[in-house]
Design a binder for this molecule. Structure first.
Ligand SMILES: *Cc1c(COP(=O)(O)O)cnc(C)c1O
Length: 463
């Protein structure tokens, strides 16, 4: 299986290199040269299998000869063993045609665990085999960093440094990053905001001496391995509701467009998905784009669903590549325009092709709170604010006879303040992590100073 860049000029890579590299050298994102297809019989055969077996059958065709089957099964088994629910991604019913896919039973209570747990085990196996080690550096507004530290803790070939903005993540998110005791994981509280953390990371990737000296690697949401891991639950959910014999639709709380893009890949593989509905909060660039084809950045405004407070949806580039007939030069021109002029307009053809697959909607802060309260009342399900955005928009897109599956992206206890504001109830953490408030924290606080951050990383890798 070959992987090509969305901007058309970076070298083609195999699965292993695409996953270990992350960003392509021409600034683009890696996508498979061809999406493998599954026949209706192969899809029907997934119903009733364990999550791990579905994961193996759905992801296997993307690997080429990177791993033998037994090794890959072992990776999947270790990745999902720490989940707190036997089904891994259970479905619950909200209404006659509306279902909720609970993706928050992983070790850090957000859907990021599905991809990060798999990537951790994949990295370990691929690096071991070649006697290599890497240093992972990432910036987080909360969920990605906690999932990464959890997934890589204790792994022999990887040191992990996560930069988060001091004082601007929730207490649960912070403690998930600061309480693991393994000496290969490091939480760094930066005196700055999320953008400062992100630009420090970008600067390190652009500093070739530093990059080579520490063998820098990235696991942010553009990593192909992360997208691939997320394709699996679209298959497990759809087949448990009757696919491929009947089509389903999905509503996805959307920020960086990674999760919903995984649904697009599932559809391209042959899963009968009628509609993919992107649900945004008031940071609605994706909703606006899907309505009228105008992709324009505005300032980010903070909301009660902070993991969707994004104005550059990196993974959107992957779908653009398709609707521009895989013309890398055309995509590169749009991305230059976005950088230089703050936006671009889609061609009429590209917009109609997007609208054949995607629909969209948005929820204000008040609508999000109302959605949490209403869903508790009508379905006795407590939603996190991100999932509540999804449920509100999902309800607006119900169609007769086509089940709607809305993705629940985080556990309500990860965002207790918003949930309490909406319902008067303070959601409790699952018992297996209730002691997180007692464990000692370990964190290094640093000034927003690139050289100081680099010195700290160099001084703490176990070379
Ligand atoms: C990351 C995240 C999202 C957004 O997912 P994208 O793949 O960035 O679109 C939504 N909800 C939660 C809880 C998240 O952590």
């Amino acid at each position: 299986m070959r992987y090509i860049s969305t901007r058309g000029t970076a070298p083609e890579l195999d699965f292993e290199e695409a996953v270990l590299t992350g960003l392509a050298r021409d600034g683009g994102l890696y996508v498979p040269a061809e999406i493998p297809r599954m026949s209706p019989d192969e899809i029907a055969a997934l119903a009733g299998l364990s999550y791990e077996e579905v994961a193996f059958r759905v992801m296997r065709p993307f690997l080429g000869d990177a791993l033998d089957d037994e090794t890959f099964r072992g990776i999947i088994a270790r990745a999902y063993a720490p989940f707190g629910h036997a089904a891994r991604a259970p479905l619950v019913q909200l209404g006659p045609d509306h279902f909720l896919l609970e993706l928050f039973h992983g070790p850090t209570l957000a859907f990021k665990d599905f991809a990060m747990q798999l990537i951790g085990q994949l990295f370990q196996t691929l690096l071991d085999r070649n006697g290599r080690r890497v240093t992972i550096v990432g910036a987080t507004s909360g969920d990605t960093g906690s999932a990464a530290i959890e997934a890589f803790r204790g792994l022999g070939n990887v040191d992990v440094f996560i930069l988060y903005p001091h004082g601007r993540v929730s207490e649960v998110q912070r403690r998930q990053m600061t309480t693991p005791t393994e000496d290969n994981v490091h939480a760094i509280a930066v005196d700055g905001d999320f953008d400062d953390c992100q630009s420090a990371v970008k600067a390190m990737f652009n500093d070739m001496d530093f990059r080579d000296a520490v063998s820098l690697a990235g696991v942010n949401s553009i990593n192909w391995g992360r997208v691939l891991a997320q394709v699996v639950y679209y298959f497990s959910a759809a087949t448990s509701l009757g696919a491929p014999h009947r089509p389903v639709s999905f509503t996805v709380p959307t920020g960086n467009f990674g999760d919903i893009f995984a649904g697009y890949v599932a559809r391209a593989m042959g899963l009968p998905i009628e509609r993919l509905v992107a649900a945004t909060n008031q940071n609605d660039i994706i909703h606006r784009t899907l309505q009228d084809g105008s992709h324009r950045k505005t300032g980010v405004s903070p909301t009660i669903s902070p993991s969707m407070d994004i104005q550059v949806s990196s993974n959107f580039e992957r779908v653009l590549f398709d609707v521009y007939d895989r013309d890398g030069a055309a995509v590169a021109r749009l991305m230059d325009e976005l950088r230089d002029e703050g936006g671009f307009d889609l061609s009429q053809g590209a917009l109609s092709r997007l609208q054949e697959v995607f629909a969209s909607g948005r929820a204000s802060e008040e609508e999000t709170l109302a959605s949490i309260a209403r869903t508790l009342e009508t379905a006795t399900e407590l939603l996190c604010p991100h999932s509540a955005v999804g449920v509100k928009v999902g309800e607006e897109h119900l169609a007769d006879g086509v089940p709607m599956i809305t993705l629940a992206t985080a556990h309500p206890a990860k965002f207790p303040d918003a949930v309490e504001q909406a319902t008067g109830q303070r959601p409790a953490l699952p018992p297996r992590m209730a002691d997180i408030f007692e464990r000692p924290e370990r964190v290094t606080r640093l000034a927003n100073d690139l050289e100081a951050i680099k010195a700290h990383i160099r001084g703490n890798i176990r070379a």
